[in-house]
Design a protein around this ligand. Sequence first.
Ligand SMILES: O=C(O)[C@H](O)[C@@H](O)[C@H](O)[C@H](O)COP(=O)(O)O
Length: 266
Amino acid sequence: MALSGGHKNRGELRIHESLEELRTDLADYVAELSEASVKERGVFAVALSGGSLIGLLGKLCEAPYNKTVDWSKWYIFWADERVVAKNHVDSNYKLAKDGLLSKVPVVPSHVHSINDSVSAEEAADDYEFVIRQLVRTRVISVSEINDCPKFDLILLGLGPDGHVASLFPNHSALNEREEWVTFITDSPKPPPERITFTLPVINSASNVAVVVTGESKAESVYFAIDDVGPDCPLIPARMVEPATGKLVWFLDKLAASKLEESNLNK
Ligand SMILES: O=C(O)[C@H](O)[C@@H](O)[C@H](O)[C@H](O)COP(=O)(O)O
């Protein structure tokens, strides 16, 4: 690893020399959290996003992880989903199913994808209802400081504009404090209709990992993590601040290229 350290309140930074190194470190990290969570709670409740994240998780389908991870204890959710049919090329469910879930022995009934036959608003309500049921039965833990679900791990990507999940810059969804899952119909990144976890849910997780590669994200990484000063645009990624959980950034060298080395405590 090129550099691993912390950055004040912005969590742990893991900066990798190559994508290969990042993919291995990410698989180790997820496998370790899964093991710890299964030991402590008997289950592992993990939320995925779309985009390049799924490809970067690919090592989990290979040895040793495909055999050593206790896949039967995984409960899988989406931090955000595009409101399209499950077999549509834009579906985050399809992306994860094709790239990950179909290659490991997860229990189909533990895979909680959205209802794809209703409107975005109804899909968000339905998804929140499903999550409420699973919080009640403690498949998903509950936060000690609010009544939010406390996912064992939420995995996020980062857009070049600083969005995470489907929380886009300057969008009113960023202000949602009551709902756990909200919807948008005007996503600047197509497709326009999406559902997304809200910030209170993301910030209640036990672990949040933001996985970012490539130069086009370097400025967003800088605004999300560094001490930019009073003129720093408040991009959604900077609002990811788990209250009691742990935040880890998985970056490649290009994504980390605008961070000030002097601000990193190695
Ligand atoms: O459904 C989505 O669009 C995603 O969940 C979104 O939040 C994604 O993670 C980022 O846009 C990064 O995507 P890339 O890694 O592909 O750039």
